[in-house]
Write a protein that binds this ligand. Structure first.
Ligand code: FAD
Length: 487
């Protein structure tokens, strides 16, 4: 096995956290970095797709938390990049609830059911807290209201899987504001990443052409010692670095994709195991014409069914893209996994049956369907982290803490904003800064000899990594063998 050239820092994953970490390093003069990305593009869970002649967002779609006392950094990036966005308000969805015969529930009924559900959710949170504190679980009072009817189940789904997926107070809203904006730009949400990368990687014509970014490069093993980290990839290459920043999702950390030699310590693996993974799936349907209401406060609508979460939450794309004739239905967790495992044709059949129940038998058949599969994507294994209610703050600390020279970043390492794009962005910045701090301490221990190559020019850095490319082709793998509930 030939050894590759060593670089200062290898960043595993080119999502928003990986790119923001890399940017911090570059801004501090660390240019001999290498970004290894398993998929064929940057962005990770920020991913556009051309569907029905428009650009739809398979992953993150909203900039959440705008208009508050502090500016959301992602909203600022969007403003600097001129990203087109569209104000989005789903609080009216509860007044557009359809039953199986296509009738809309009267607003009084919907409003009362919603109020009761909120009271019940607050009661549930208290019960959960009590059961954590109680010595004997049988002492904890049972919940008085369990959703049973289709409208109760639909509202429960909206509350728990969307509005109250986090325990109040929600840091994103407290810090950055309660408004949400849907990204509606042909260049996609991912354009923000490109604009960030432009500041430190070589780019041309909207493409990143820098050898320090390697796409289609799946990291399978991290061998770490006091001296550095050896990274082995699925195509048999070996890379060496003084430090590694690992930005893969919590789902990937829970999966066997990446091995660590020596094994990660128990405090780390236990914390990783305890963090929940949410699956969130937006299914896109293209129609030859509109058949749904499009006036004010009609962007979102709800289907009430006896199976919780069964094609419940709908959105039309007319506000973002007038004339696009596209509907989006959002599924979560068990329903997401069920739909991922069946054919798109079967999903289309189910979705059309639901739409015919709501809008009548004469509506046209969808001409296209798009079903993203975040759960079954081995480079994601889910959509985002969801810390269990009343998670111990130590658990988040342990997920984030470095192990030797391996640093952990990504939305799941953000104490205040896990699950969000701005969580990933800010986590990357924190991790980049923490690495620089550790390097400073290492350097002091090492009589001021820098471990990072702070003085390499851009061109020298690219040249060095090309050599690394040529000298590292030993095949190691033969086959192709993952809210704010923190009190
Ligand atoms: C369907 C969906 C909807 C969402 N909606 C919103 C929203 O509206 N608003 C919001 O703020 N947030 C939303 N989110 C969450 C948001 O997208 C994420 O929090 C954020 O993008 C995570 O960024 P990250 O850098 O932490 O991880 P990622 O973007 O996942 O980046 C990690 C990268 O590591 C790569 N990787 C994995 N394994 C390996 C390996 N072995 N070797 C090399 N590379 C590897 C992956 O391919 C990926 O590119 C949504 C997410 C999903 C999936």
């Amino acid at each position: 096995m030939k050894s590759s050239n060593r670089c200062s820092v290898i960043i595993v994953g080119a999502g928003i956290s990986g790119i923001s970490a890399a940017k911090v390093l570059a801004q501090n003069g660390v240019e001999d970095i290498l970004i290894l990305e398993a998929s064929d593009s940057v962005g990770g869970r920020i991913k556009k797709h051309n569907f029905g002649n428009i650009s739809v967002e398979l992953g993150a779609g909203w900039i959440a938390g705008v208009g508050g006392k502090e500016p959301n950094p992602v909203w600022e990036l969007a403003a600097q990049s001129g990203l087109r966005t569209c104000f989005s308000d789903y609080s009216n969805a509860r007044y557009n609830i359809y039953d199986r015969s296509g009738e809309i529930f009267p607003s009084g009924v919907a409003g009362d059911t919603y109020k009761k559900a909120v009271e019940s959710a607050i009661e549930k949170l208290r019960t959960d807290q009590d059961s954590l504190l109680a010595a004997d679980v049988s002492d904890v009072p049972k919940l008085s209201t369990i959703p049973k009817t289709p409208i109760e189940l639909a509202i429960d789904f909206i509350l728990h899987d969307f509005e109250m997926a986090e325990v109040e107070p929600i840091s994103t809203y407290v810090d950055f504001g309660e408004r949400e904006f849907l990204v509606a730009d042909e260049r996609g949400y991912e354009y923000l990443l490109y604009k960030m990368a432009e500041e430190f990687l070589f780019t041309s014509d909207g493409k990143i052409l820098d050898n320090r970014l390697k796409l289609n490069t799946v990291v399978r093993e991290l061998q770490h010692s006091r001296d550095g980290v050896t990274v082995r990839t699925e195509d048999g290459c070996v890379y060496e670095a003084n430090y590694v920043i690992l930005s893969v999702s919590i789902g990937v950390l829970q999966s066997p994709l990446i091995s660590f030699i020596p094994h990660l310590p128990r405090w780390k693996t236990e914390a990783i195991k305890k963090c929940e993974v949410m699956v969130y799936t937006k299914i896109f349907l293209k129609f030859p014409k509109k058949f749904w209401p499009c006036g004010p406060e009609k962007e979102f609508f709800i289907y009430a069914h006896e199976q919780r979460g069964y094609y419940t939450f709908w959105q039309h794309m007319e506000n973002a893209y007038p004339g696009s004739n596209i509907l989006v239905v959002t599924l979560t967790n068990g329903e997401s996994k069920r739909v991922e495992s069946q054919s798109d044709q079967e999903t289309l059949r189910e979705a059309m049956e639901v739409l015919r129940n709501m809008f009548g038998p004469d509506i046209p058949e969808a001409s296209e369907i798009l079903v993203p599969r975040w759960w079954n994507n081995r480079f994601q294994c889910g959509s985002y982290s969801n810390y269990p209610i009343y998670a111990n703050p130590q658990m988040v600390e342990n997920i984030k803490a470095p192990v030797g020279r391996i640093f952990f970043t990504g939305e799941h390492t953000s104490e205040r904003f896990s699950g969000y794009v701005h969580g990933g962005y800010l986590a990357g910045i924190d991790t980049g800064e923490a690495l620089l701090e550790m390097e400073k301490l290492d350097r002091e221990k090492n009589n001021n000899k820098s471990i990072l190559s702070l003085t390499l020019s851009h061109t020298e850095a690219i040249g060095g990594l090309q050599t690394c490319d040529i000298h590292s082709h030993t095949h190691l793998f033969h086959g192709n063998t993952k809210r704010e509930a923190i009190s």
